[in-house]
Design a protein around this ligand. Structure first.
Ligand SMILES: NC(=O)c1ccc[n+]([C@@H]2O[C@H](COP(=O)([O-])OP(=O)(O)OC[C@H]3O[C@@H](n4cnc5c(N)ncnc54)[C@H](O)[C@@H]3O)[C@@H](O)[C@H]2O)c1
Length: 368
C-alpha cells in the first residue's frame, strides 16, 4: 500500500539501462528514486552522490532494498539471472515492480513465478519499452481502425552491431548462458516477440534457427579466450492469431545496424512500417481517394501518442491498469515463446506454443 503522494522507488542495478530510468523518472510526478542498489560499491557511491541519495538508502543486497519499509516500489535493471529472484521477493513483500526484460532466465523460472504471482498478485510491469514508441502506438491505432485491412503477414527485425568481430567486444555477461539465458534472442528477440503480440496477438507455432558466429571472446580480466554458449543470430517463422504469419530476424552482429527494431505489417489493403530509430515517423502505403494504387505516405506521428512506460507504472501502482501496458502476463507469455523457439532450433521442428508440443510438419492453421 502506498502511503503518500510521492512513490519512493528503489532502483536495483545501476548499469547502462538505469540511465533510461534516471533520465525519465523526474518527468513522472509521483515517482522519485529514493533508494538504490548495486553490488558495485564504487558505482553505488558515485550514483548515490550524483542523485543525492543518502548513505542509508544505498544498498548492496537486493533483499534489503526490497524489504525496506521506506521503499514503495521497485525498478529492476539487473542481469537476467536475477530477474526471477527480484520478482519473487517483490511478490513476497507485496511491492509493485517494473522489471526489465527478458522476463526470466528460462521458462522453468517463469512457471514457478506464475504460481507465486497467481496466489499473491502485485502491480507488475515488464520493460517492453518499444510498445511505447510513438510510431508503434500510432500504428496500433491505425490497425484498429482497419486502414490496411486484414493483416496477413508481419515482418520483424531487431539488429544491432556491437557483437561483430570488427568491434572485438570482450566477454561480458551477455555472452554467458548461466547469466543471460540466451544471446540475441532474449536480449533483442524478446522485444520482437512483444511487438508482434502487441500488434497482432498470440503466437501459435514457431520454427527457428539459432547460430553462434563468434565462439570465443577475450575475458577482460584474465585475457584468456572464453567459450560462447549463446546465440549471435536467431531467426524464426511463426503462425500467430487470425492465421497471420510472421518472419523474425535478430542479431547483434549486423554492421550498419545501430539499434534497428523495425516492424512491417502487410494487410489486404495496405502496409504499415515503423522503426524505433525514427520514433516519430510512420510509413503507410494505402490508396487514397484519388489514387489508383497504394502510394507511400511518410507521416509525422501526432503528438498525442506520448504515453510512457514510467507514466503507466505510476498509474498501475495506484491500481489503474491501462490498455496495452506490458504486465506480468506479457512477460510470462513472452518467455514461453522464447522457450519454444529454443526447442524448435534444437530439434529442427515446429513447436506449438500453447502445449509446447513438438510437430514434425508445418502448422497450416491456428488449430493445426
Ligand atoms: N528494455 C530495454 O530496451 C533494455 C535495454 C537494455 C537493457 N535492458 C535490460 O536491463 C538489464 C540490465 O542491462 P544493462 O545493460 O543495464 O546491464 P549492465 O551490465 O550495464 O548493468 C547491470 C548492473 O547490475 C548490477 N548488478 C549485478 N548483480 C547485481 C546484484 N546481485 N545486485 C545488484 N546489482 C547487481 C551490475 O553491477 C551493473 O551495474 C538486463 O536485463 C537487460 O536485458 C533492457
Amino acid at each position: 500500500m502506498i502511503r503518500s503522494k510521492v512513490v519512493s522507488v528503489g532502483l536495483i542495478g545501476l548499469g547502462g539501462m538505469s540511465n533510461f530510468y534516471f533520465g525519465n523518472i523526474s518527468q513522472i510526478n509521483p515517482l522519485q528514486v529514493s533508494a538504490i542498489c548495486d553490488t558495485n560499491q564504487e558505482l553505488l557511491n558515485n550514483i548515490g552522490q550524483r542523485e543525492g541519495i543518502s548513505q542509508d538508502k544505498r544498498f548492496i543486497h537486493i533483499e534489503e532494498i526490497i524489504a525496506s519499509p521506506d521503499v514503495d516500489a521497485i525498478i529492476s535493471v539487473v542481469p537476467n539471472n536475477l530477474h526471477a529472484k527480484i520478482l519473487e521477493l517483490c511478490i513476497l513483500h507485496q511491492k509493485p515492480i517494473l522489471a526489465e526484460k527478458p522476463f526470466t532466465l528460462n521458462f522453468e523460472e517463469a512457471k514457478n513465478l506464475n504460481k507465486l504471482y497467481k496466489r499473491n498478485p502485485i502491480p507488475c510491469m515488464v520493460g517492453f519499452i518499444h510498445r511505447y514508441t510513438p510510431s508503434f502506438q500510432y500504428a496500433k491505432k491505425l490497425i484498429e481502425e482497419n486502414i490496411i485491412g486484414q493483416i496477413r503477414y508481419i515482418d520483424v527485425r531487431y539488429q544491432q552491431s556491437f557483437g561483430a568481430p570488427l568491434f572485438n567486444v570482450s566477454y561480458l555477461w551477455r555472452f554467458n548462458k548461466e547469466v543471460t539465458g540466451t544471446g540475441a534472442l532474449g536480449d533483442l528477440g524478446a522485444h520482437m516477440i512483444d511487438s508482434a503480440r502487441f500488434f497482432v496477438g498470440e503466437f501459435h507455432s514457431v520454427s527457428a534457427l539459432m547460430e553462434t558466429f563468434v565462439d570465443k571472446r577475450k575475458d577482460p580480466i584474465t585475457g584468456e579466450p572464453r567459450h560462447i554458449d549463446v546465440d549471435d543470430f536467431t531467426s524464426f517463422h511463426a503462425v500467430l492469431g487470425n492465421g497471420v504469419v510472421g518472419n523474425f530476424v535478430t542479431t547483434r552482429n549486423a554492421i550498419g545496424s545501430s539499434n534497428q527494431h523495425e516492424v512491417t505489417l502487410y494487410g489486404d489493403f495496405g502496409t504499415i512500417h515503423v522503426n524505433i530509430e525514427r520514433p516519430n515517423e510512420i510509413d503507410i502505403y494505402v490508396r487514397g481517394e484519388t489514387e489508383e494504387i497504394p502510394v507511400l505516405k511518410s507521416e509525422r506521428v501526432p503528438e498525442i501518442y506520448d504515453k510512457t512506460i514510467l507514466g503507466d507504472f505510476a498509474e498501475l501502482i495506484i491500481n489503474k491498469q491501462n490498455q496495452d501496458m506490458p504486465i506480468f502476463e506479457d512477460g510470462y507469455k513472452n518467455q514461453k515463446v522464447i522457450d519454444c523457439i529454443i526447442t524448435s532450433a534444437e530439434k529442427g521442428c515446429f513447436v506449438k506454443v500453447d502445449s509446447q508440443e513438438v510437430l514434425w510438419e508445418k502448422v497450416k492453421s491456428i488449430s493445426g
